[in-house]
Structure formats: C-alpha cells, structure tokens
Design a protein around this ligand. Sequence first.
Ligand code: C2E
Ligand code: CA
Ligand code: CA
Length: 260
Amino acid sequence: MTLMDDTTLRSELRRAVIGGQITAAYQPQIDLASGRIVAAEVLSRWYHPRLGAISPGTFIPMAEEDDLIIELGDSMLGEGSSCAIDWFERGTPIEVSVNVSAFQLAAARFFERLVERSDYLQLPHGLLTVEITESQVISDMPFVVRRLERLRELGFNIAIDDFGAGHSSVSRVVELPVTEVKLDLSLTQNSSPASSALIAAVVKIAAARDLRVVAEGVETRRQLDRVRSIGCDRAQGYLIAKPLSRDDFEARLDDAPFAL
Ligand code: C2E
Ligand code: CA
Ligand code: CA
C-alpha cells in the first residue's frame, strides 16, 4: 500500500469510527460438557464501501496508532453490553467477551465507562469478560494489574488472550488476576505431543486456580475432540461457527446443542 493510500485509509477509518460504521460480529463459544453456546466474543468489522471488508488485523493497529482505539473499543463494549443485558433479560444469559487493547486499559475513562455502563444497564458483572493479551499487560505492569484486580473485585471476568502465541509463560498466568485462559489457535491446531503437553499443563494450573480454559481456532472435529479430552472447558472456532451478525447469533441460540 502506498503512503497516499495509507493516509486515505486512516482518515476513512477515523470517519468510520466516529460515524459508528464499525460493527460488531459475535462468535459463539460452546461449553465442552453440554455443547451449548455459553459465550460470545465480540469482533470488530469494517465494511468499506469501496474496498469491502477490511481485516481487524489491518485497522486495529491503525486505530491504536491514531488514538481511535479508545472510541472504537468503547463502542464495542457498548454493543457487547447491550447484547448481554438483552440476552439475559430474555432468559438466555450469554457471557460476552470484548477485546481490550493496552491503550484502553491505560486510559482512565475506560474503567469508569465500563463500570458505569454495566451499572446503568444493571448488567450482572459476571456476564462481561475483558480479553487482554499477556504481552500488552507487561508494558505497565503494576498500574495495569491494579486495574485488573479492581475489575475482578467487581466481579467482571478477565481473559488472557492468545496464550501460547509468542512468549507466553505459564507462571505469568498465575501472577495475573485472570479468570480465563484462551489458547491461541497455534496451540489448538498443533497436534504434536509437545503442544498437547503444554495444553495439559495449562489445564492443570487452571483447575488449581479455578480458571476457565477456552480453546480458540477449532476448525476440525479432531481438534475439538483433542482439546476436550485434555480438559479444556470451552471451544470457539469455525467448526462451531464463524463470527456472526447479532441476528444470526441469536438464531443459533434456538438450535440444539452442538453434538459432542
Ligand atoms: P483474536 O482476539 O484472537 O480473535 C480471534 C480471531 O480468530 C478473529 O479474527 C476470528 O475471526 C478468528 N477465528 C475464529 N475462529 C477461527 C478459526 O477456527 N480459524 C481461524 N483461522 N481463525 C478463527 P479477526 O476477527 O480477524 O480479528 C483479529 C484480531 O483483531 C483479534 O484476534 C483481535 O486481536 C483484534 N480485534 C478484533 N476486534 C477487536 C476489537 O474490537 N478491539 C481490539 N482491541 N482488538 C480487536
Ligand atoms: Ca480475543
Ligand atoms: Ca485470540
């Protein structure tokens, strides 16, 4: 992409964020004991009028660099919270997970908005999960950890995302005030004995600390059976469903449980 294109795309992203044109998709997570949908991860989507769908892998880093991530992230938290309370009130409580960038965690407004919004909606805090990546938390440890501890005390869930990608360490999971570990698809999809051993170690530590383990990027039956037999609690991936529109996600809630 040329510099000119990049600059144009950035200004279009700004307009899209401010104009509310970044939408939310919802990817189901199933419970590996019952096969039922128990949670949804909120994923940002940008349908550009000329270029079509632009990947979050492209526009999220841009939003982070251009100070748009706070606004974008807040709108995803708003969308996710509003779904969570609606689903709760109609009798199908679904936990909603929202990706939170390190820039958001560091911003004073983020924490206050999250708590204020949840309380305004009377959303049970346990229905909201904040997904963070380990590498991001390291940047300003004591400050960020205090924030996360406060969220924990208030009953929100905190997930460590992309575990097993890059330099994740099992010991860090023990130090951070998290409630959930999300295994990166590179672990889920790697059937080597070393990968199985690592997943088993995470499952063991998680059980001792009462943490949930979610396997991400499950694309095949074999991968599902493997993570289930090792003891993961939940699974998310194309085998179960791709990220869906809110309407399509809600339609799935009426389906029979996923056959395990
Ligand atoms: P992530 O948080 O790890 O989200 C999971 C990604 O894996 C999503 O990509 C999802 O569509 C994809 N995925 C789900 N199941 C499968 C599968 O079975 N196979 C494969 N190959 N992929 C699968 P997506 O939507 O392109 O998002 C990419 C990344 O962008 C996310 O990775 C997250 O880090 C970031 N992102 C997306 N939305 C937001 C947001 O609202 N805020 C922030 N801060 N980051 C976001
Ligand atoms: Ca995530
Ligand atoms: Ca992930």
